[in-house]
Design a protein around this ligand. Structure first.
Ligand code: SAH
Length: 514
């Protein structure tokens, strides 16, 4: 494939504001050059083999790569035939020097494309409950940079003219020169009482907003200690915020929540938490590996026809079996003679997605005892042969129950649950930074957390932050170690856990504000 460069807008901060096309381009990048304001989660979209180059410049241009070097890098990588993604914050053409970079590519004859992004100029006010236009208050807006090298407010920007012509003024890179900007806008004829706002680190769980009449804004911002990056908004639209401040009203706004789930599986929880305004910190305490000896599971699957039933008690077991079948060059369709039973809806969903025809799922809670009951009700287990693939560390309850019903059960190890090597260090950093809540979604996660912290620190963490457990089994593992989990979800789903957290923190807020 011939090399090319795609200039991609990464959006204003919230990773969910990445466009579909931007996500697609990052996912196929062979080289990724990105700036300082790029959220690290966006880099996770890139394939593992992708070369990642941090060319981050600060607002004043002091650190990071010089512009010509960035252009050179892009040109040379593209000429090697590689697919280069140049990722920029917000929209690449809004004070992003995207025009300059594309001009260099054009001059060098390197093919390029542009993926526009959601600019902070509009999205940051939007998350603060400030529409940039509104028929009641403003029918125009201007986006201006407050940064012009060392002397920002030289005569190249006609602040007085802008103050008169655009009803909403939006200033990027203006934190340092706020007082001068306000001065000139007032001199241009704007009422000193005009509502105005400064928004720090917008679209993220720690955004801070200061609103004040224009003349008082610099003083208020100084008092609050706001620092770059900020977006400044001047105009009557700022009034809307009083009624429209929706983002801070998100139930988990600003809460730092530890996600301990395995890397892939934890993503859904991270996304869900973020959409509720939380600041998720993902430190997987679990990694799933194939058995050290895959002989037993492979032999069982090769002769799968001999089994009347295969039972699954977790989505992981389903994934592991589907993976082993693939390795053996077989497909899930070969389970046709063998009936499939699943402990609950999540496991069933995984099995169906893996192409299995699921015959039985108990209607009650997802417990081994329910599964045994339902199976004995629906089939004669007396002479049945049952394959039970599960984790090495799995529990005996199901196999025992089925054996008591007269079945012959082959329990085979399908996967191992192991603690990732780097977990200890990352956990320590997260704990030291402070955590409002710790989500725990399996007894093994609880065990790994307690092992890594030691019993004392485990209990202390349990006092300082809210331990939130999915289902009673995980909660029991926490209690065994002397901590009373403050949040336990009834259903064993990510959604239920997040809802339980919302309820907990919501209630606490009510208490504080009444
Ligand atoms: N191309 C970008 C802007 C680059 S200039 C865009 O379209 O958004 C960098 C400036 O953007 C920062 O100094 C700040 O003024 C603003 N900015 C970017 N992200 C921001 C955020 N999350 N919160 C507040 N300001 C932000």
């Amino acid at each position: 494939m011939k090399g090319r460069v795609v200039l991609v807008g990464g959006g204003p901060g919230d990773p969910d504001l990445l466009t579909v096309r931007a996500a697609r381009e990052i996912a196929r990048a062979e080289v990724l050059l990105y700036d300082a304001l790029i959220d690290p989660t966006l880099l996770e979209f890139a394939p593992p083999a992708c070369e990642r180059i941090d060319v981050g410049k600060r607002g004043d241009g002091s650190s990071g790569f010089p512009q010509d070097q960035i252009a050179e890098l892009m040109i040379s990588r593209a000429r090697e035939g590689r697919y280069v993604v140049r990722l920029k914050g917000g929209d690449p053409f809004v004070f992003g020097r995207g025009g300059e970079e594309m001009s260099a590519l054009a001059a060098a004859g390197v093919p390029f494309e542009v993926v526009p992004g959601i600019t902070s100029a509009i999205a940051v006010p939007a998350y603060a409950g400030i529409p940039v236009t509104d028929r009641r208050f403003s029918s125009s807006f201007a986006v201006v940079t407050g940064h012009r090298g060392k002397k920002p407010l030289d005569d190249r920007t006609d602040w007085e003219g802008l103050a008169r012509s655009a009803e909403t003024l939006i200033v990027l890179m203006g934190t340092t020169w706020l007082a001068d900007i306000v001065d000139r806008v007032i001199r241009g004829g704007r009422d000193p009482q005009t509502p105005a706002a400064v928004i720090e680190r917008g679209t993220g769980p720690h955004h801070r907003v200061v609103t004040a009449p224009l003349a008082e804004l610099p003083e208020r911002v100084r008092e609050a200690g706001l620092r770059a990056p900020t977006v400044i908004v001047i105009g009557e639209v700022v009034r809307c915020r009083d009624a429209l401040a929706w983002y801070e009203a998100r139930p988990l706004f600003g809460r730092r929540v530890l996600v301990t789930r395995e890397a892939e599986q934890g993503r859904a929880l991270v996304g869900l938490l973020r959409r509720q305004g939380a600041d998720p910190v993902h430190v997987p305490l679990i990694v799933f590996l194939p058995p050290e000896d895959t002989g037993p599971i492979d032999r069982a699957l090769e002769k799968i026809d001999r089994y009347d039933w295969i039972v699954f008690t977790s989505a992981n077991a389903v994934h592991a079996v589907a993976g082993r079948l693939r390795k053996l060059g077989r497909s899930t369709a070969e389970l046709s003679r063998t009936r499939v039973a699943c402990v609950g809806p999540k496991t069933e969903e995984a099995a169906r997605q893996a192409g299995m025809a699921v015959e039985l799922v108990p209607a009650g809670p997802a417990l081994p005892s329910e599964l045994v009951q339902e199976m004995s009700r629906r089939a004669d287990l007396a002479a049945a042969r049952i394959l039970f693939p599960r984790a090495r560390e799995g529990r005996e309850a199901l196999a025992d129950g089925l054996t008591e019903s007269g079945a012959t059960v082959d329990t085979v190890e399908a996967y191992r649950t192991v603690r990732p090597e780097e977990a200890g260090e990352r956990l320590r950093v997260a704990v030291e930074a402070g955590l409002d809540a710790v989500t725990l979604m399996s007894p093994s996660a609880v065990r790994h957390l307690a092992d890594l912290l030691g019993d004392l620190d485990f209990r202390q963490l349990g006092e300082r932050s809210v331990f939130a457990c999915i289902g009673p089994t995980t909660a029991a593992a926490v209690m065994e170690r002397g901590v009373e989990p403050r949040v336990i979800s009834e259903a064993s789903t990510t959604e239920a856990l997040v809802e339980a957290l919302e309820l907990h923190f919501g209630r606490r807020n009510d208490v504080v504000s009444s």
